[in-house]
Design a protein around this ligand. Structure first.
Ligand code: SF4
Length: 248
């Protein structure tokens, strides 16, 4: 596993390749977005790998390894980016380690510039309580932005069925904030499709999913939800915050 801070993970591996201009990337989105809207997830990832080569990575929060599993089938050795905030459940870290040990992927575990202790010293203890937006910015949003600097496209496991509050995920979209192509191969998958794929392929799932945590983030900001509750209602419960900022 490559563990790195905001230094580009790809730089850490000594890989430097030139990227396309934002105009070229936007043109690709305009052309291929509609073309691939109804394509299977494998085809979408195949297209991304063929189009962007080693400037394509997938991200995973290690709730399950469905996206990594699909990607590893069609792009063996694909870069899988995990944002290691320092606040994850041990089950999440264990799932990350199991993904790396059992799947043909290049796991990149990205840590923020400051450790939790350093952040406490700079901003006061438990920033997630006093300013969760800043905490997410320092531990998720900025590390991801820095990591994506040497990629042209990134894939996420976003699904439209997750909740009506979730950002609508185009299969191939333009992430204007990051200046990258954002690929969501599972966007059209239902909960049942995900469950079937996991069962049929023996895909790794974070054990917390079966313990009342259908949506898993950092431990201090995630609580169990009751059956029938909005799966994301356990994230930043009791606050107005619903997203960490990497998808907005
Ligand atoms: S989810 Fe909570 S602990 Fe994790 S980065 Fe955001 S505010 Fe901090």
């Amino acid at each position: 596993m490559t563990t790195t801070s905001t230094q580009s993970a790809r730089e850490a591996r000594g890989i430097e390749t030139a990227g396309r201009s934002p105009e070229e990337l936007r043109d690709l989105v305009s052309h291929w977005g509609a073309e691939l809207e109804l394509a299977p997830a494998e085809t979408i990832i195949e297209w991304a790998a063929a189009t962007f080569g080693d400037r394509f990575a997938i991200t995973s929060s290690m709730g399950d390894a469905v996206l990594a599993h699909v990607a590893a089938k069609v792009v063996p050795g694909v870069d899988v980016v995990f944002l290691d905030t320092g606040y994850h459940f041990v089950e999440t870290v264990g799932t990350r380690d199991a993904v790396e040990a059992t799947m043909n992927v290049n796991l990149l575990s990205i840590t923020p510039v400051q450790s939790v202790a350093e952040q406490d010293a700079t901003y006061g203890k438990d920033l997630y309580k006093t300013d969760p937006d800043l905490c997410c910015k320092l531990r998720k949003v900025q590390p991801l932005a820095d990591t994506l600097a040497n990629y042209d496209a990134w894939a996420t496991g976003l699904r439209r069925a997750e909740t009506h509050n979730r950002v609508i995920a185009p299969v191939i979209g333009w992430d204007a904030k990051k200046g990258k192509v954002k690929v969501s191969p599972l966007a059209r998958w239902s909960d049942e499709q995900v469950e079937r794929y996991i069962a049929e392929n023996g895909v790794l799932v974070n054990p917390l999913v079966y313990d009342g945590y259908p949506s898993i983030g950092c431990a201090p900001c995630t609580r169990r939800v009751a059956p029938g509750e909005d799966p994301r209602s356990g994230r930043w419960a009791g606050t107005n915050k619903t997203e960490c900022g990497i998808h907005t």
